[in-house]
Design a protein around this ligand. Structure first.
Ligand code: GUN
Length: 317
C-alpha cells in the first residue's frame, strides 16, 4: 500500500454498530449509517474551511429532464448543503450534443473554484458518455469513473473510491461484517457498481483495513449459467442488476448478508433487486429499499468532494 496516498479516515468500529431487527434477518440501516458518516464529514469540512478559508465545491452537470436524475441531483445538492459543501448545478438541454457537454466539462476542469465534477448518468442517447467521462480531470473525478481512477482502483491504490461500492464497504464495516476469506457474489457487472465492487473486495488490502478486502469474489451477469447455484454459496450477496425482485429466497444462503443496490421504479413504488419480504426470512442481514444503499452513495460523494478539495490544495502547496 502506498503510504503517501491520502487515506479515507474511518470511525472506530465499536461505536458504529447500528442494527435493527426485521423479521428474521437483521436490517442493515444504510440511512442511519449515512447520517452518522455525514456528521463526520461535516466536522472534516468545517476543519477544511477553517484551514483554507473556503468550502469544497461540487459541480453537477444535469443533461435533460430525466425524473430519476432530477431526484438524485436534488438529493446530492441537499446533502452538500448539510455538510457545508458548496454545490453548483449546471443544467443542459436534452438535445445537447457530445460537444456541448464536453465544453461544459472543459469549463469546469479549468475553473479552479470547482473541486469535484459529476456528470449525472444516464446521458441522452445522442451523447457519448465514454468520451464525456474521459474528459473529466481525474483529480476532480468524484465518481471515480475516469480510466485513470479505475486503473488505480484495480491496482489497489485508489485515489477516489467509487461512491456506491465505497458506501457498501463502509456499511459492512460499521455493522461489524468483515469480508476477508468470505465468499462474495456480485450480480451485475456495471462500471458504476458491479465491476468496482468486485475489484475492491477481492484486493489484498483496503483503505478500511485488510478485513474489508480479501474476499473470494464471483462476478455474475446476464450470461452466467446456473446463477442460483453460485449465489447460494455466497456469504455476502450483492445484487446490482436493476431488475425488480430478481433475487428470490431460494438464491440466498441461509444467514447470508444480502446487499440490495437496485432502485427500480415500478407500479408498486420503489423496489430493489431482491424480493425483500421473502428474502429477509432466509438472510442473516439485509438492506432495505429505500433506505439502504441509496443514501450511502450520496454520502460517499460528499467524502470524495472533500478528498478532491484536499488533493487540489496539496497540489498547489
Ligand atoms: N446515475 C446513477 N448512479 C450514478 C452515479 O453514481 N454517478 C453518476 N454520475 N450518475 C449516476
Amino acid at each position: 500500500m502506498d503510504q503517501r496516498r491520502i487515506r479515507y479516515p474511518t470511525a472506530p468500529l465499536t461505536n458504529t454498530k447500528k442494527l435493527e431487527h426485521a423479521m428474521s434477518a437483521k436490517l442493515l440501516d444504510g440511512k442511519g449509517i449515512s447520517k452518522e458518516i455525514q456528521k463526520e464529514t461535516k466536522v472534516k469540512v468545517e476543519q477544511f474551511i477553517a484551514d483554507h478559508g473556503e468550502s469544497p465545491v461540487l459541480a453537477a452537470v444535469l443533461v435533460g429532464d430525466d425524473p430519476a436524475s432530477q431526484v438524485y441531483v436534488r438529493n446530492k445538492e441537499r446533502a452538500c448543503a448539510r455538510a457545508g459543501i458548496e454545490s453548483q448545478l449546471h443544467r443542459l438541454p436534452a438535445t445537447s450534443t457530445t460537444e456541448d457537454i464536453l465544453a461544459k466539462v472543459v469549463e469546469l476542469n479549468e475553473d479552479s473554484q470547482v473541486n469535484g465534477i459529476l456528470v449525472q448518468l444516464p446521458l441522452p442517447d445522442q451523447a457519448d458518455s465514454r468520451v464525456i467521462l474521459d474528459a473529466i480531470d481525474p483529480q476532480k473525478d468524484v465518481d471515480a469513473f475516469h480510466p485513470h481512477n479505475v486503473g488505480l482502483i484495480s491496482q489497489g491504490r485508489p485515489q477516489f473510491l467509487p461512491c456506491t461500492p465505497h458506501g457498501i464497504v463502509q456499511m459492512l464495516k460499521r455493522c461489524g461484517i468483515e469480508t476477508t476469506g468470505k465468499s462474495v457474489c456480485v450480480i451485475g457487472r456495471s462500471d458504476i457498481v458491479g465491476k468496482p465492487m468486485a475489484m475492491m473486495l477481492g484486493q489484498k488490502d483496503s483503505d478500511l483495513g485488510p478485513e474489508m478486502a480479501n474476499a473470494t469474489v464471483t462476478l455474475c451477469h446476464s450470461r452466467t449459467q446456473n446463477l442460483a447455484s453460485i449465489t447460494q454459496q455466497a456469504d455476502i450477496l450483492i445484487a446490482a442488476i436493476g431488475r425488480p425482485n430478481f433475487v428470490t429466497p431460494d438464491m440466498i444462503k441461509p444467514g447470508a448478508v444480502v446487499v440490495d443496490v437496485g432502485i427500480n421504479r415500478t407500479e408498486q413504488g420503489l423496489v430493489g433487486d431482491v424480493d425483500f419480504d421473502s428474502g429477509k426470512e432466509v438472510a442473516g442481514f439485509i438492506t432495505p429499499v429505500p433506505g439502504g444503499v441509496g443514501p450511502l452513495t450520496v454520502t460517499m460523494l460528499l467524502e470524495n468532494t472533500l478528498m478532491a478539495a484536499i488533493i487540489q490544495i496539496k497540489s498547489i502547496a
